[in-house]
Design a protein around this ligand. Structure first.
Ligand code: OOB
Length: 540
């Protein structure tokens, strides 16, 4: 199989040619895209963050100066850099600086801790790790010291803010230098997979494919230079990054407003002050916004579109969006691996409320298959398989897993159970993958099970989803103890001490003597889930 970067499977030449001929891949790069916008509308505001406002000209210049600074540190094209920044202007400055250099950001989430970050740094052989000083009450500099001690290959820790023992980002900006830059078919960065396996998989996205998804998203969401996008979800996640997100907004020449957190207290005043036109939330946050008494106290009249995705939004909640917030709901069903579906802004209300929309591209191929991989009858539920101009052909350095997660002819097996309506909209009905979707935060059961199994008093562990009225799902760990039974609190503390992100810590731990088994002797998670629902039916 051909590769876009060592270890990154890419599209066969026949597909690449087709995607170019169809005008999807236009040979653009992120570096050039920002250059073009700065030339066209240099004085227009690109980013609002905290008290700061950056024009396109300033963002372009900062990206050049920072790229030069990274270059001076010895960071080169193709080098991996783990980026773990919150919603601040520096996030986009760092992205564009690395894009211009051709160095590859690995997008970690602010919630990740030593277990995840250590793995990303080690697995990708990252040369640098970029963090804030503190964010959300957590000191990332201490985490970085821990990482440095365990990952000797990591050459630089770079801090946005007070650097402590590390390098200050602000000290790196220097005279721009000429850089040859990446080619459009090169990998631009790595996204993380929500995953269902022991360790998160890395998703290589190219300039060509990602920029196509931005252009398609911008058109569907009707963004232009007057659009103002509020980035309320963690900026490095694929949804607020590209659907159309911050990068799509910059592609359209609009303005990105960074929110420090997604609460109504933070976001409603920003919407009113900056005349925000569009934003994106996960379902639990959409519910908090709709229930907030603050909605009436702030002028939210500029908001035209509220996008909701990352997890299933109930039809009941979907129906309440327009009456409570006065804007159009857009459901977004996407994945960092590629495929993104949107309800269209002019769809009838019923279609917006009851479906998760349809793909961006006419060349997004979709199959709905049964357990044997055969197409189901129209309208039946099955697993969604997809292939297309912005869906990856394989994870980074994951040959064995790729053989299972992709069909021989290149379809990605999403693990989502869906059905198609007669109009061609996708409805998400459930999941075939061993994952918990905790209000949009994805938890791979096996990853948490492996950490639990490292405890000396745990004989076996199985993590399953527990239905929850607010988050959609929470996680429950069933544990078979050894002779001495640990307490639930001790196990939770143990997982934290291993540096696992807080959203992966089980919400509930149940001790059992044995697991129910399937006919072939595997743990029956279906029966474990059923036992939970019988014991405590979900609140409605
Ligand atoms: C987005 O991306 P990921 O990579 O964090 O998670 C993808 C998975 C999907 O395979 C599906 O299981 C679930 O998240 N999902 C939804 C959903 N949107 C995502 N399940 C039900 N309804 C939805 N609307 O989550 C993501 C990436 C780009 C845009 C939007 C979401």
């Amino acid at each position: 199989m051909s590769e876009s970067f060592p270890g990154c499977p890419t599209w066969p030449e026949a597909f690449a040619t087709r995607y170019r001929q169809a005008g999807y891949w236009r040979g653009e790069t992120f570096g050039q895209m920002l250059r073009d916008r700065a030339a066209r509308q240099g004085e227009h505001t690109a980013i609002v963050s905290g008290g700061e406002r950056l024009s396109y000209r300033e963002l372009d210049l900062r990206a050049d100066r920072l790229a030069a600074g990274f270059h001076a540190l010895g960071i080169q094209a193709g080098d991996r850099v783990v980026v773990q920044l919150p919603n601040i202007a520096a996030f986009l400055e760092v992205c564009f600086a690395l894009f211009r250099l051709g160095a590859l950001p690995v997008f970690a989430l602010p919630a990740h801790r030593a277990a995840e970050i250590g793995y990303f740094c080690e697995f990708t052989q990252a040369v640098a790790y970029i963090i804030p000083d503190k964010h959300g009450g957590f000191d990332y500099r201490a985490l970085a010291e821990q990482i440095r001690a365990t990952v000797p290959g990591l050459r630089h820790v770079i801090v946005a803010g007070e650097a402590g023992p590390h390098l200050a980002l602000s000290g790196l900006y220097t005279e721009p230098v000429a850089l040859s830059g990446p080619a459009p078919h090169d990998v631009a960065f790595f996204q993380l997979s929500g995953g269902s396996t022991g360790v998160p998989k890395l998703i290589p996205r190219t300039h060509d494919d990602y920029i196509y998804s931005l252009r398609g998203s911008v058109e569907i969401c009707q963004l232009d230079e007057r659009s103002v996008y509020l980035c309320a979800l963690p900026a490095s996640h694929n949804f607020p990054l590209s659907s159309p997100g911050t990068l799509g907004t910059l592609y359209a020449g609009g303005t990105v407003v960074m929110a420090a957190n997604p609460s109504p207290d933070e976001c409603f005043p920003l919407i009113a002050r900056e005349r925000v036109t569009i934003t994106a939330l996960v379902p639990p946050l959409a519910m908090i916004w709709m229930e907030s008494t603050q909605a009436k106290r702030h002028d939210l009249s500029s908001l035209r579109v509220l996008q909701v995705g990352g997890a299933r939004l109930s039809n009941e909640a979907a129906r309440r969006v327009r009456p409570t917030l006065g804007c159009t709901l857009q459901q977004v069903f996407g994945m960092a691996e590629g495929l993104v579906n949107y309800t269209r802004l002019d769809d009838p209300e019923d279609r917006i409320v009851t479906t998760q929309g349809r793909p961006i591209s006419p060349d997004d191929e979709i199959r709905v298959v049964d357990e044997d991989g055969q197409d189901v009858a129209p309208g039946e539920t099955g697993q969604l398989l997809t292939r297309g101009p912005y869906t990856i052909r394989g994870y980074y350095r994951a040959e064995a897993h790729n053989a299972r997660a992709f069909t021989a002819d290149g379809f990605y097996c999403t693990g989502d159970l869906v059905r198609l309506t007669p109009e061609g909209d996708v409805v998400v009905e459930g999941r075939a993958k061993d994952q918990i979707n905790r209000g949009g935060d994805k938890v791979a059961a096996e990853e948490v099970e492996n950490h639990l199994l490292a405890h000396p008093n745990v004989h076996n562990a199985a993590v399953v989803a527990l239905p929850d009225a607010f988050l959609g799902e929470r996680s429950c760990a069933f544990v078979i103890p050894r002779d001495t039974r640990p307490t639930a609190a001790a196990l939770t503390a143990f997982l934290r001490s291993r540096g696992l992100a807080a959203f992966k810590i089980p919400d509930r731990i149940e001790f059992v003597d044995a697991f129910p088994q399937t006919g072939v002797g595997k743990v029956s998670k279906k029966d474990l889930r059923a036992a939970l629902v019988r014991a405590a039916p979900p609140r409605t």
